[in-house]
Design a binder for this molecule. Structure first.
Ligand code: UDP
Length: 339
């Protein structure tokens, strides 16, 4: 019988891509979402891609009774937890909202998961590494104090998971630290749907290219990098989703070597903002209106992953080129525009 995976926040950008890859790999998936930060567009896209409708439960993980009902209604073998707020700036303005939502939902999930002996995969972030001179970063690189409540919730949830699997031997946990997820599904039926003005680079690029935004600001050209703009490790969303399939399989097949494992999910390849902009223009044959602007407060100069551990232990590797990924992001933007 197929193993059943609960994907909390499964209707969002990453969750919807993970749902597709899990089902295509032979898992049954239960999608749970409260639709606080997305509509049903991506869930419907997932159903179209798969030709079936994974069960969808509308619920809030801050409601313990609802989490208990969910686990009573479905035989869940593993959980992937995405249900969280994710806007850095908003978290600075509304710290209580962020701590309450992101911590309580995870605690509720863990409380029930541990009673059921169900392993948990937590979606963490490379933001936990902060600014560092030693690049690329490995999982052993020290975490830096978080610079936002959002980043702090990622660190605290990692610690909660680490302490919980230590205390409760019936469950195991994996944290995946994402670098910069970009792009969309090759079908152009699911992708990123930012609310309002995008904070992230690639949605801002595609919205500028389609004419929704006038001009892209490149934040800072005086960084100590080869072209003066920041460097990041941009990871294709489908590649990222596949890392979850590998991690869940490792959990369910009893292959974990430690009760708590951490993996970087990145390409190992630094790309500057300017390089990304140039690559987008070239692969899509569009001219982008952009200008240099002052540095954005809080940005680190450069960060990229050493993905060796994920390559070796998860048997996972990023496969799509940045050109393919940027083409998929553009196809998605055009799909949204009805083109
Ligand atoms: N960036 C930019 N203009 C934008 C948005 C982002 O120049 O409108 C830069 C940002 O300064 C950083 C990189 O793009 O160097 C990636 O930013 P993003 O917000 O996508 O991800 P982050 O690395 O901050 O998580």
């Amino acid at each position: 019988m197929a193993k059943q995976v609960l994907v909390s926040g499964g209707a969002g950008f990453i969750g919807s891509h993970v749902t597709v890859e899990l089902v295509q790999a032979g898992f049954d998936v239960v999608v749970a979402d409260n639709f606080s930060n997305c509509d049903k567009t991506c869930y419907e896209g997932v159903c179209k891609i798969l030709g079936c409708r994974p069960p969808l439960v509308e619920m809030d993980f801050c409601d313990l009774a609802a989490v208990e009902r969910l686990f009573a209604d479905y035989q869940i073998d593993a959980v992937i937890h995405f249900a969280a707020y994710k806007a850095v700036g908003e978290s600075v303005a509304e710290p209580i909202l962020y701590y309450k939502n992101n911590l309580l939902s995870f605690l509720n999930l863990l409380e029930v998961a541990r009673r059921k002996g169900c392993n948990v995969l937590f979606s963490s972030s490379a933001t936990v590494y902060g600014e560092t001179d030693v690049l690329p970063v490995t999982e052993q690189s020290p975490r830096q104090p978080a610079t936002s409540p959002y980043g702090n919730t990622k660190q605290i949830c990692e610690d909660i998971l680490r302490d919980s699997v230590k205390a409760y031997p019936g469950i195991k946990g994996i944290a995946l630290r994402y670098f910069n997820p970009i792009g969309a599904h090759p079908s152009a039926l699911i992708g990123e749907l930012p609310r309002g003005v995008p904070n992230n680079l690639v949605p801002f690029i595609t919205q500028t290219a389609i004419g929704k935004r006038e001009c892209l600001s490149i934040f800072g050209n005086d960084y100590p990098t080869p072209d003066g703009t920041c460097q990041r490790d941009y990871i294709d969303i489908v590649d990222l989703a596949r890392a979850h399939v590998c991690a869940v399989a490792r959990m369910l097949d009893g292959k974990m070597e430690e009760p708590y494992e951490i993996y970087n999910v990145g390409t190992g390849r630094p790309i500057s903002v300017l390089e990304l902009v140039n690559a987008f223009e070239k692969v899509n044959g569009v001219k982008l209106n952009w200008k240099y602007a002052p540095r954005r407060p809080g940005d680190v100069t450069a960060i990229w992953a050493d993905p060796t551990l994920a390559n070796e232990k998860l048997g996972w590797k990023a496969t799509r080129t940045v050109e393919e990924t940027l083409a998929s992001a553009w196809a998605w933007e055009k799909h949204l525009a009805g083109e």
